[in-house]
Design a protein around this ligand. Sequence first.
Ligand code: NAI
Ligand code: A1CAB
Length: 276
Amino acid sequence: MNQELSLSFIGGGNMASALASGLIGKRCGASDVHVIDVNETALARWREQGVGTAAAPDEQLSSRRVWIFAVKPQVMKETVAQCKPFLRPDTLVISIAAGIESGTLAGWLGGDKPWTRLVRCMPNTPALIGAGISGLLALDGVSEDDRAVAQLLLKAVGEIVWVDNDDQLDAVTALSGSGPAYVFLFLEALIQGGIDLGLDAQQSRKLALATLHGATQLAALSPETPATLRERVTSKGGTTAAALSVFEQQGFSALVQQAMRSAYQRAGQLATEFAK
Ligand SMILES: NC(=O)C1=CN([C@@H]2O[C@H](COP(=O)(O)OP(=O)(O)OC[C@H]3O[C@@H](n4cnc5c(N)ncnc54)[C@H](O)[C@@H]3O)[C@@H](O)[C@H]2O)C=CC1
Ligand SMILES: O=C(O)[C@@H]1CCC=N1
């Protein structure tokens, strides 16, 4: 076993699968990964990939260098309590649960002496194809080695950004954690718009996908700002200006920012709702 990167996912649902898909074969073998989940159907899918599974925490956990908590915020407290007896001094704990603050997790794991060998992380589902981005927050007990391990794991599925505090991680959640859903919503709207204007579904999907991909690639590679790139598309008195004036009249930018604030505030609510 690759001791350095042996890891357990506690919660083997969507996000754990997305992360594992990038890690297995790249950073570790299937046998270096272990999954604990209460759902037998979920466990069967992992076993098909050669991953070891368990329905509840057991001694196996103690031998894993890294734990990744990937259960819903609603069940984090009870799940952490079940795993805590198997913590070892050299265990690096990573949590991807939205909202649950690092200090709260440190308390649940450590009791009187908070467990600070802890990285709070917010990945996103494009990790599934190696195109994710994760925000990472390290507590005081995280050594340089631990940081390197966390980076190695998350860089296997995309890019990373270190942040300084829980509020920033909630902002990451509102932007890139939830963000793929905003993009999918926009994509759905574009496809429907094309269909409404007379294209067939296949044509519209192809055109919409290539437009989003091309525009984001151009923005990533160009030295120009998104605003300048937008202006270059917009001929005076032309079609783009006609469309953008509708977006502006309807307050598109403000709406996006309002939606993100709502996600950010929800993260704060999760922190209090499920941390009692
Ligand atoms: N889906 C997303 O785009 C992202 C999700 N997250 C976070 O990842 C976490 C997991 O989300 P998803 O994977 O989407 O949810 P999911 O529902 O697909 O997976 C959660 C898994 O946890 C299992 N589970 C429930 N109670 C358990 C327990 N006591 N012990 C072990 N396993 C248990 C469930 O059976 C399920 O398979 C959440 O906290 C969410 O905030 C973070 C970033 C992005
Ligand atoms: O919707 C959620 O709460 C999770 C966190 C970010 C993406 N999905």
